[in-house]
Design a protein around this ligand. Structure first.
Ligand SMILES: O=P(O)(O)OC[C@H]1O[C@H](OP(=O)(O)OP(=O)(O)O)[C@H](O)[C@@H]1O
Ligand SMILES: Nc1ncnc2[nH]cnc12
Length: 179
């Protein structure tokens, strides 16, 4: 079996100047097309929802639209936890909370259903990339407005040349790879 590092090195490619000049885009589509690699990644991310004895310590897994969905749904199933989508503005049908934030390449608003969590639910947030940290920060605000507890955030890739880690200094954030 390949190591997780090999899987990540083989499965993540750099696309310069996408979606705009100056951005080095981390493309995870080769990894997603690699069944054994994708399986290893899901297992590694699910481990952040367990304690040292392997007991599941989260009730819900949040995925952030769109790439976060791809990782979070299988992580939720692997943990036996519920899946909650955090979506871009205007996509969720029932009453929502909304938070706006700045991205490496633009601005966005994300939303969550107000009734997505039971009070005190322990929540693991999953996304593909931590860049400026604006998306995760807004997502954590949404979860807390719902009355749920953030257990942690796990991302596939952390971009160390951007200030995401610093911005989230008070939060538990784990990354499978830092570049
Ligand atoms: O740390 P940040 O600077 O906030 O950036 C990270 C976010 O940017 C990307 O999402 P994007 O909004 O491009 O959406 P997509 O998943 O729909 O492609 C990525 O999937 C993260 O959610
Ligand atoms: N450089 C990057 N590559 C992929 N996704 C991103 N989201 C924000 N910045 C990104």
């Amino acid at each position: 079996m390949r190591s997780l590092d090999e899987v990540l090195t083989q499965g993540i490619r750099d696309i310069p100047d996408y979606p705009q000049p100056g951005v080095l885009f981390k493309d995870i589509t080769p990894l997603l097309a690699d069944h054994t690699g994708f399986t290893q990644v899901v297992e590694a991310m699910a481990a952040f929802g367990k304690d040292d004895d392997g007991e599941v310590v989260v009730d819900k897994v949040v995925g952030i639209e769109a790439r976060g969905f791809i990782l979070a749904a299988p992580v939720a199933l692997a943990l036996g936890a519920g899946f909650v989508p955090v979506r871009k503005q205007g996509k969720l049908p029932a009453a929502t909370y909304a938070e706006s934030y700045a991205l490496e390449y633009g601005e966005a608003t994300i939303e969550v259903h107000q009734d997505a969590f039971a009070p005190g639910d322990r929540v693991l947030v999953i996304d593909d990339v931590l860049a400026t940290g604006g998306t995760v920060e807004a997502c954590l605000r949404l979860i807390r407005r719902c009355g749920a507890d953030v257990a942690g955030t796990a991302v596939l890739i952390e971009l160390s040349f951007l200030p995401g880690r610093k911005r989230l200094a008070d939060e538990r954030v784990d990354a499978l790879v830092t570049v």
